[in-house]
Design a protein around this ligand. Structure first.
Ligand SMILES: C[S@@+](CC[C@H](N)C(=O)[O-])C[C@H]1O[C@@H](n2cnc3c(N)ncnc32)[C@H](O)[C@@H]1O
Length: 255
């Protein structure tokens, strides 16, 4: 289950979540001059985006929703100095807070939902008519090197489902009724010291068992050693080994 995987990673996530922090920063940098009375964050995790949003809007009450109970517990304890945050365990796909929000934000989370279309339709319902939805998502090119190597080493253990492609996200956004005010789409290579450090980092982000890179079943010791050797051989550069992250950010409104 996705919530179990992230619960296990709650305490190690931030140390290795550089690409996710960069995406959260890009979501906040897209926000226009707004004075929201209340904010909803979906997939708040350890609070990387939450922290930036609270710095941006220190007075606004914020409902932070995450599917993982442990992530919510961890963040509630960590953000004790921010009583305006209401931490909630719930599913972004079906969450309804009882009232609409003028601002909804999410980063590095919605690519995990099982039904992206239903999730965007739900978010549309949660947004006030004049509201804004600022979104950052990881896309299919993320960790594509690792996915390819896994497929060659253990094809039966590699899932056919992968992260959404840009066009699919855009179609779901439009079909839900959102209007795009801004969008950015990028692919970046992130460097890690070596293949072992890279695999440790993504394990500690909670993504190794997920659809990004991973598995219907864990790799055996031999397969894992092969993966380390092949990754080092194929993706080493002068500064370490590289891994791709494909992301998109959107600023959306209802009208
Ligand atoms: C990679 S973390 C990102 C967290 C944070 N927003 C950040 O920018 O670092 C993804 C989070 O999404 C949560 N998540 C996954 N599916 C979800 C869903 N359907 N509803 C709510 N949260 C979900 C996970 O539990 C995890 O905490």
């Amino acid at each position: 289950m996705i919530s179990n995987r992230f619960s296990a990673a709650a305490e190690t996530y931030d140390r290795h979540a550089r690409p996710q922090l960069a995406l959260a920063q890009s979501v906040v940098s897209m926000l226009p001059g707004l004075y929201p009375e209340k904010i909803l964050e979906l997939g708040s995790g350890t609070g990387q985006l939450t922290r930036l949003v609270v710095e941006h809007f220190p007075k606004a009450p914020l409902d932070a929703v995450d599917l993982s109970e442990k992530m919510v517990e961890y963040s509630r304890a960590r953000f004790q100095e921010s009583p305006q945050i209401n931490w909630i365990v719930d599913d972004a796909q079906t969450f309804w807070g009882g009232d609409r929000y003028p601002l909804i934000v999410s980063s590095s989370a919605l690519h995990w939902v099982t039904d992206l279309r239903a999730t965007f339709e739900n978010i549309y319902q949660c947004l006030e008519p004049s509201g804004t939805f600022a979104l950052g998502m990881m896309l299919q090119g993320t960790l594509k090197e690792l996915h390819e190597l896994r497929t060659s080493i253990a094809p039966e253990k590699t899932p056919s489902i992968t992260l959404p492609i840009f066009e699919e996200v855009v179609a779901c956004i439009q079909d839900a009724g959102f209007k795009k005010k801004r969008q950015m789409h990028s692919e970046e290579a992130i460097l890690y010291d070596d293949a072992k450090a890279f695999l440790k980092a993504i394990h500690e982000q909670g993504v190794t068992g997920g659809k990004v890179s991973a598995g219907n079943a864990p790799l055996s010791r031999t397969e894992l050693s092969q993966l380390v050797v092949d990754y080092q051989e194929n993706y080493a550069t002068s500064g370490g080994v590289s891994a791709s992250y494909e992301t998109a950010t959107f600023l959306l409104t209802k009208s």
